[in-house]
Ligand binder design. Structure first.
Ligand code: CP
Ligand code: NVA
Length: 312
């Protein structure tokens, strides 16, 4: 395996399948440690800059607790607090933070921003969500599917809703890397970008994955093991809320959707809007694993930070 020390995680596509496998195994190991009550101090003396242009509950909490409980010093910097984007270029911010921090997390709008930070800071940068990608979410998604289904290769997964958002893009690529049979159920005008599908299908050749796009939401294969959805309106797209509800209503995950795949677990990256992308009965029902999935954000993020900092 090509070592991860010193590299950045900007898109799930940046990771080779064996690196994903390594991070998932490490996440399982740190999760077990955490539940035993062990708190080794592997980040002692290290600092992490956490830049947020958008809101967050899970990603912020996962980075802060994963890093802080092991002796590291996470510093939360929202765009209300720092000069980034207002009075200072991303390049200059990157150079300054790179002199003071061991690693940087960035959540924001443009993928180009996180790429620029990585190019100019000289330290590992982790994408905590951009408009295009959400790689740390995809790692937690894979971990949760594996925990509940016992394996990844050959597993059938389905995503319902906005097929062109950051979470769907990342899931498509993660599934392609790890050999899943993944279907995106979406309306034609919210289908995955052609370049994402092309990239995913090139990864699928090596893994045996299949990636399909399906517009009929009732066409769910019975053996589907995981049914996933995300909000209909992503952060920054609030202006299209009315249109989205109209376009995506047929893709709401309901008890009927779950009945078509009786073994499936229900997943959602959260935050969720009950009555939009899924009914309350689905997210609060027996198939739902969304809080396991949320917890796994912390363990997968800890694994990423350990690996990128050369501490694993
Ligand atoms: N899933 C996720 O990224 O949640 P937050 O927006 O709360 O960080
Ligand atoms: N697609 C959502 C994910 C939130 C975690 C958004 O970008 O708002």
């Amino acid at each position: 395996m090509k070592h991860l020390e010193g590299s950045s995680l900007l898109r799930i596509a940046d990771l080779e399948p064996d690196q994903i496998r390594y991070l998932l195994d490490l996440a399982g190991h740190v999760k077990a440690e955490y539940h035993r009550g062990a708190r080794p101090q592997r980040f002692a003396g290290r600092s992490l800059a956490m830049l947020f242009e958008k809101r967050s509950t899970r990603t912020r909490a996962a980075f802060e607790t994963a890093f802080g409980e092991e002796g590291g010093h996470p510093v939360f910097l929202s765009n209300q607090d720092i000069q980034l984007g207002a009075k200072e270029t991303i390049e200059d911010t990157a150079r300054v933070l790179g002199r003071m921090f061991d690693a940087i997390e960035f959540r924001g709008f443009a993928q180009e921003s996180v790429e620029t930070l990585a190019r100019h800071s000289g330290v590992p940068v982790v994408n905590g969500l951009t408009d295009a990608w959400h790689p740390t979410q995809a790692l937690a998604d894979l971990m949760t599917m594996e925990e509940h289904c016992g394996r990844l290769p050959g597993l059938r997964s389905a995503y319902f809703g906005d097929g062109r958002n950051n979470v769907s893009n990342s899931l498509v690529v993660a599934a392609a890397k790890m050999g899943l049979h993944h279907t995106v159920f979406c309306p034609p005008d919210l289908a995955p970008p052609a370049e994402v599908l092309e990239m995913a299908r090139s990864f699928a050749k090596a893994s045996g994955a299949t990636i399909t796009v399906e517009h009929d939401p009732t066409n769910v294969p019975r053996e589907t093991a995981a049914i996933y959805t995300d909000v209909w309106v992503s952060m920054g797209e609030e202006d299209s809320a009315k249109d989205r509800v109209r376009t995506l209503s047929p893709y709401q995950v309901t008890e009927q959707t779950l009945a078509a795949a009786p073994e499936a677990v229900f997943l959602h990256c959260l935050p969720a809007v009950r009555g939009n992308e899924m009914t309350a009965a689905v997210i609060d029902g027996p198939a739902s694993r969304v809080f396991d999935q949320a917890e796994n954000r912390k363990h997968t993020i800890k694994a990423v930070l350990l690996a990128l900092l050369g501490l694993s």
